[in-house]
Design a protein around this ligand. Structure first.
Ligand code: ZN
Length: 70
């Protein structure tokens, strides 16, 4: 049986998520990042790195900036 993709450790029958757990994961990610715009920025910079449009050094610098709070 597959495990729920939210990380809760519970098993699902066939679906990726247990009912409501996809939304739970979205909320957790949003809260961890401190907002959806920051999450979008993180996705954007990792995508640029994956596409060889950014150096590892550049990725590291931007990731630190994105996680920097206050
Ligand atoms: Zn779950």
């Amino acid at each position: 049986m597959p495990e729920c993709a939210c990380g809760c450790g519970e098993e699902t029958k066939r679906a990726k998520f247990l009912a409501g757990h996809e939304q739970k994961l979205r909320k957790q990610l949003d809260e961890k990042m401190g907002g959806l715009p920051l999450l979008a920025s993180l996705v954007k910079v990792t995508q640029m790195y994956a596409q060889d449009r950014m150096s590892l050094e550049g990725l590291g610098r931007l990731v630190r900036l994105i996680y920097q709070k206050d």
